[in-house]
Design a protein around this ligand. Structure first.
Ligand code: SF4
Length: 402
């Protein structure tokens, strides 16, 4: 039975999760070769970004693990990390330099990962499990900003494609492949998805997303199909209504950076191709008008600009009803910022706590966070649970356990 974690357990786990995000974890190649990624364990699929500290292609890598209490931790592979996962007597353990920390349980592979779309495309390459109810789809695994030399400086989507696309069979997806995969995932208990991806030439994403919505509706038979559309700021804001009319229940437009000067430098394509930073703000305001409070997300790559500027942005956006989400900047391989250093664990811990206070202050509920976010079992989910704000489908389980 699911058990709610105490505040202390949650904060200790959050700190460790932050350590693992920043320092990564090493796993011996022989141990990785032994893991059954075919039928048992969930592997990393590099459909968009490589979030490890190195480009590792010798074997597959596990995507995540949990501790005995059910708290989820990321696998950010780093062969030089002070953290390691080892195997003893058939069990796996997380260790630091001082010794063993706890037994780890690698994430399990959903059944749909071993199925194929009607054209033979492995569904594992189409949609990746974000948790037990949400899948994430990157419809394009490259970004057209690259042709203009305008990639976001923290982003390695194009480098990831060069390293992993052939190896893992990742390509652009069709609406039919996406809809068939969503149907297979929904048949085993998933019920929401986000569609995202790199910029495509001529910004034709609205037509594609409408085709996806139609195909999903046809193939699943669902009118409310649980979809979230992640888009770049459009020059014509009337297209935002089209996403709503197509049946998406939430929308995301990721600003990444708040400070107007740093925005121009770090996300030059988002500045130059999308009408400048002011148009990103206009877009988010319009999205709130169309989709409503708590149904619009903007993710930020945090740790590049000063924290005070990020929080100023979060204050403004959460007041509007936008779910402003901090993601950990990983100076990952192939990005222009490869080799740079992130802020400390304490820096991120403080940011997460202050962001959560803003969510509460602006009545952004757990359900709002879930519906707008392209992730599950995040630090914020655990914080909401600790406050007794459970997702509706978890509430009954917690009510029994707490
Ligand atoms: S818009 Fe920026 S963050 Fe998004 S895929 Fe392109 S380069 Fe990467």
């Amino acid at each position: 039975m699911k058990k709610a974690l105490s505040q202390d357990e949650i904060y200790n786990n959050i700190k460790l999760s932050e350590q693992l995000n920043l320092h990564g974890v090493q796993i011996d190649s022989d141990l990785l070769r032994e893991l059954d990624f075919k039928d048992t364990y969930l592997e990393q699929v590099h459909s968009c970004f490589n979030m490890n500290h190195t480009t590792y292609t010798e074997t597959k890598l596990p995507d995540r693990f949990k501790n005995e209490g059910g708290f989820r931790f990321p696998v950010v592979y780093d062969p030089d990390s002070q953290y390691s996962i080892t195997k003893e007597c058939g069990k796996y353990y997380l260790n630091n330099k001082q010794g063993r920390l706890f037994e780890v349980f690698f994430g399990r592979k959903p059944a749909y990962y071993n199925k194929k779309a009607s054209d033979g495309t492995p569904m594992s390459t189409v949609a990746q499990a974000a948790g037990s109810t949400h899948v994430s789809i990157a419809y394009s695994n490259e970004c057209a900003l690259n042709e203009k030399g305008l990639d976001c400086l923290f982003c390695n989507i194009n480098a990831t494609k060069r390293s992993y696309a052939d190896l893992e069979g990742i390509a652009w997806k069709t609406p039919r492949q996406i809809a068939e995969t969503i149907k297979a995932a929904y048949d085993e208990g998933y019920f929401s998805f986000t569609i995202t991806g790199g910029f495509i030439p001529e910004r034709r994403e609205v037509d594609f997303y409408i085709d996806v919505a139609e195909a999903v509706r046809d193939i699943t038979g669902l009118e409310d199909f649980g979809g979230s559309a992640c888009i770049g700021a459009p020059l014509d804001l009337t297209v935002i209504d089209k996403y709503k009319e197509a049946g998406y229940r939430s929308i995301a437009t990721n600003m990444e950076i708040w400070d107007e000067h740093i925005f121009k430098t770090i996300v030059p394509g988002k500045d130059q191709i999308c009408g400048g930073r002011e148009n990103w703000l206009r877009t988010l305001r319009r999205e709130i008008e169309v989709f409503g409070r708590g149904r619009v997300r903007s993710t930020f790559v945090t740790g590049i600009e000063p924290k005070a500027r990020t929080l100023e942005g979060f204050e403004y956006l959460t007041d509007l009803g936008v779910v402003a989400v901090p993601s950990y900047w990983c100076p990952n391989p192939g990005s222009a910022l490869e080799g740079h250093r992130q802020p400390t664990v304490e820096w991120y811990h403080d940011l997460v706590q202050k962001t959560y206070i803003l969510y509460k202050k602006n009545s952004i509920s757990h359900l709002d966070f879930y519906i707008s976010n392209n992730a599950e079992e995040t630090i914020f989910d655990y914080l909401y649970d600790s406050d007794g704000d459970f997702l509706p489908w978890d509430a009954e389980k917690y009510a029994i356990a707490v």
